[in-house]
Design a protein around this ligand. Structure first.
Ligand code: ADP
Ligand code: MG
Length: 822
């Protein structure tokens, strides 16, 4: 009796706790995504309970159970059911909340919006794991072969052909865990327009066919009514290309005002600007322009968000913060800035455009701004997983593409990789395999897309696929939401992306390939369902999706060096950064470190105000230490050299090529570039010789230098040189004298000084023991003082890219920093 009562009280307490939890959580609301938080808390509790019940049940199945234990189990079950109800109630509340923001009112009655990310569980078909994939293959075969007998025969032929092309052991086993992504349309609906059909239509008709079009009037009315509006819509619904034009047509550019639209990705900014200009039948650069090209005469502008200048903000009637869900550093900064500006500029309209992801967060941040939802059009997408993890995802991509190409019905393929190198490698592999297979397979057009790709090449991905051929677009994250490529039916997702990460302790920032988030994976899958029912092949296991991926991506502001951000904000006159209205504040120590470093570099004074030097540094889109180095080159009259070094450092560590079978040759070639003084000077020497060779590919090949890296360095250098005018630095050469160059490097990197001590080097700042990297030209020299570009930890803490200095220079370049130390 007593125990029963106790158990009951226990249960009551638990329930009460859960309720209190929810109440106490309210203040958290602004900081944390309420939805995520709730979901997590509730599912954790429920999972615990379920686990307990399962344990008990297992115990009871093997032993006789006492009355008391029976009762206890009963209570646990009751609680579980209560908790389930509770969870349901929570979901209902969220639904209500969602609908509250749904506007305009009439739309709700018209059409119930479908959430992008809802996954629908369907019962397993054909039992076996292989079932679905095999069934698909059969379906494919049956498409081309009608009658049953013929079909069977055809199937056999199909399979034989198929094995001829791809060896069985090199094929990938895909399984489906019986998950499809819900669509708002079914296969029976009229398919969306094919690309060829779209091309045939006039541009205006295409515009009218986009999902956003029926909501044009409602949207304009909502914008008129509210100062800040969050706009949510599926990728491809027309947010980016249409909204600026609607606004223009509605008179928002009267009196020379601009419509600004910020893009977090440079490539997307260019592509979108080009597309909008095309739709408006105007030349890019007049009415529609990228903001750094043109300030005058501009009706509508597309702004890479990293370049947004206050002047644009002030002369705009509307600012669209596009791709808000990406949460890039600059988008996040813009949120804070614009929220502030909107307070004293009541005539400024602010539109926050986002894919269907977490828009309640944006609403919350902007003081409960209403959310305008554009109902999406989406066909269902079947999701396949691999049976086992793939060791080499690049190879797996190539195999999957070919597998799809030979077994699946028409429809283009989109592959997500993490960066230029991977994409180029994948395209080369695909092209080579296709060449080998020759006429055995239909034509496969392989098209890359990444930030550094020349824009004429970029435009190619939008060209319609010729009949009989299949297009495969190999893209970075840019194709996740920023660019819409029509005609995609198949998506291949290895599940990785390149992410910046930052270690505030060491000040080290690195780009690393990491698993992408589940939110990303679902966006990627969604790309397959735009024109018809599609398929997404995930090159990871269903288990990995559930257990190894984060729910959402951590905002960039929380994993980056804030040096640049602090400079930018200070240059905009925002001094109190600790209290800046960040949507997700960066870690405190990162902010403090950034302030400290900028002070040491002389960009801030002791009051934390921007100095004249700091103002100039803010103009360069590079790390503050690097921009300090570039600015210092003015004083030492060696900007020519320093620009090259800056560019070479920015393509870090991918200059020298060392094939396994030619190690000796490669090392010899590398030795030939060595000059006294350190690695920076070696890099300079490599670049200069390459210039002398006429930027030759052959020269690179002969000298074991990676041509691609050199080409990138050249691009970076050109960009930087273009900015020298703005910061009034004359481009001059020091004519071979290394001292000025090394002094300029010291002026930027004195933070990274190390001094020879027994057994290695000690950093001046942290007295940390570090070593010269064996690849360095100074590996055997061991000078007394040196400066390193970066620290990497492999087998030991190694300094990579080091340069020899004299200790006296430290006082010369950073007296305020070093005086206090000695
Ligand atoms: P959203 O911003 O909502 O994701 P967009 O405005 O970027 O949507 O795209 C809407 C549609 O416009 C796409 O589905 C595509 O058909 C077309 N489109 C956009 N950019 C281009 C382009 N560069 N070339 C051809 N069509 C394009
Ligand atoms: Mg868009």
């Amino acid at each position: 009796e007593r125990t029963d009562k106790k158990a009951y009280e226990e249960a009551q307490k638990r329930l009460k706790m859960a309720e209190d939890d929810q109440k106490n959580m309210l203040p958290e609301l602004r900081k944390q995504s309420r939805r995520d938080y709730l979901k997590k808390r509730e599912s954790e509790k429920l999972e615990d309970l379920e686990a307990e019940i399962m344990d008990d049940e297992y115990l009871f199945s093997t032993e006789e159970l006492t009355e008391r234990e029976k009762k206890e189990l009963e209570y646990k079950r009751t609680i579980r059911d209560l908790a389930k109800d509770y969870k349901k109630a929570g979901a209902k509340e969220q639904e209500e909340r969602k609908n509250r923001y749904y506007m305009p009112e009439e739309n709700r009655r018209k059409e119930v919006p479908q959430r992008d990310l809802e996954l629908e569980e369907t019962p397993m078909e054909l039992g076996g794991e292989q079932g679905r994939w095999e069934e698909e293959r059969l379906k494919t075969a049956s498409l081309s072969f009608g009658a049953k007998k013929e079909r069977e025969q055809g199937m056999k032929q199909e399979q034989e052909k198929y094995q001829l092309i791809l060896e069985e052991e090199e094929m990938i086993d895909f399984v489906t865990t019986a998950i499809t992504m819900k669509g708002t349309r079914s296969e029976k609906d009229a398919p969306a327009l094919s690309q060829a059909e779209m091309k045939k239509q006039s541009m205006q008709e295409v515009r009218r066919s986009l999902p956003i079009f029926p909501y044009r009037e409602d949207l304009l009315a909502a914008i008129n009514k509210h100062q800040i509006l969050v706009i949510e819509g599926e990728t491809g619904s027309g947010k980016t290309t249409q909204i600026p034009q609607y606004l223009l047509e509605d008179g928002y550019t009267k009196g020379g005002m601009k419509i600004g639209c910020t893009q977090p990705r440079r490539v997307a900014a260019m592509s979108v600007a080009a597309r909008v200009a095309e739709e408006m039948s105007v030349k890019l650069g007049n009415e529609v322009s990228l903001v750094h090209d043109c300030y005058t005469n501009t009706l509508s502008v597309t702004v890479p968000s990293s370049r947004l200048k206050l002047s644009v903000l002030l002369s705009s009637s509307v600012i669209i913060i596009d791709e808000a869900h990406e949460r890039t550093l600059h988008t996040d900064i813009l949120f804070g800035l614009i929220k502030d500006i909107a307070r004293f500029r009541s005539d400024l309209k602010v539109l926050v455009a986002s894919a269907t992801l977490d828009t309640e967060r944006f609403s919350c941040f902007f003081d409960d701004a209403p959310v305008f939802r554009i109902p999406g059009r989406r066909f269902p997408v079947d999701i396949f997983y691999t049976k086992a993890p793939e060791a080499d995802y690049l190879e797996a991509c190539v195999v999957s593409v070919l597998q799809i190409h030979v077994t699946q019905p028409p429809g283009d393929i989109l592959v997500f990789l993490t960066g230029q190198e991977e994409i180029e490698a994948c395209c080369e592999l695909l092209q080579e395999r296709c060449r080998r297979l020759g006429s055995k397979i239909a034509e496969l057009l392989v098209l890359p897309i990444y930030a550094n790709l020349p824009s004429d090449m970029q435009a190619k991905i939008f060209n319609p696929t010729p009949p009989g051929a299949r297009k495969v677009v190999v893209a970075t994250n840019i194709a996740e939401t920023s660019l819409t490529i029509d005609g995609i039916i198949y998506v291949i997702d290895p599940g990785f992306c390149k992410q910046k990460s930052y270690n505030a302790r060491t000040g080290m920032e690195s780009l690393i390939v990491t698993p992408c988030s589940r939110a990303s994976a679902n966006q990627r899958a969604g790309r397959a369902g735009r024109v018809a029912a599609g398929k997404c092949f995930r090159l990871y296991t269903a288990w990995a999706y559930k257990h190894e991926m984060e729910e959402t991506t951590v905002p960039e502001i929380q994993r980056t060096n804030l040096g640049n951000v602090v400079l930018l904000l200070k240059s905009l006159g925002i001094n109190d950064l600790i209290h800046f209205d960040f949507m997700d504040p960066p870690p405190h120590e990162t902010l403090v470190l950034a302030l400290e470093q900028l002070y040491a570099l002389g960009a801030l004074n002791h009051l934390g105000e921007l100095t004249k030097l700091g103002r100039r540094m803010a103009e360069l889109p590079v790390d503050p230490m690097l921009s300090k180095m570039i600015l210092a080159s003015e004083q030492y009259k060696c900007s020519e050299e320093v620009l090259t070094i800056a560019a070479m450092l920015s393509v870090n560590n991918s200059i020298f090529y060392r094939p396994k079978d030619k190690v000796v040759h490669a090392d010899n070639a590398r030795m030939n570039f060595v000059v006294p003084g350190g690695d920076h000077l070696v890099l300079l020497n490599v670049y200069n010789q390459w210039v002398e060779s006429g930027y030759s590919t052959q020269w690179c090949y002969e000298n074991f230098i990676q041509f691609r890296s050199m080409r990138r360095a050249r691009d970076v250098r050109d960009q930087l040189e273009g900015l020298m005018d703005r910061i009034e630095v004359e481009v001059v050469s020091c004519q071979g004298d290394s001292v000025p160059v090394r002094k300029a490097v010291t002026a930027g990197y004195f933070y990274h000084t190390a001094r020879l001590s027994k057994g290695g080097y000690k950093t001046v700042k942290h007295q940390q023991t570090v070593y010269v990297h064996p690849n360095s030209s100074l590996f055997e020299e061991q000078p007394r003082w040196l400066i390193y570009h970066e620290l990497v930890f492999t087998t030991k803490e190694f300094m990579r890219q080091v340069i020899e200095i004299e200790s006296g220079w430290l006082l010369e370049v950073a007296p305020h920093y070093y005086k206090s130390k000695e």
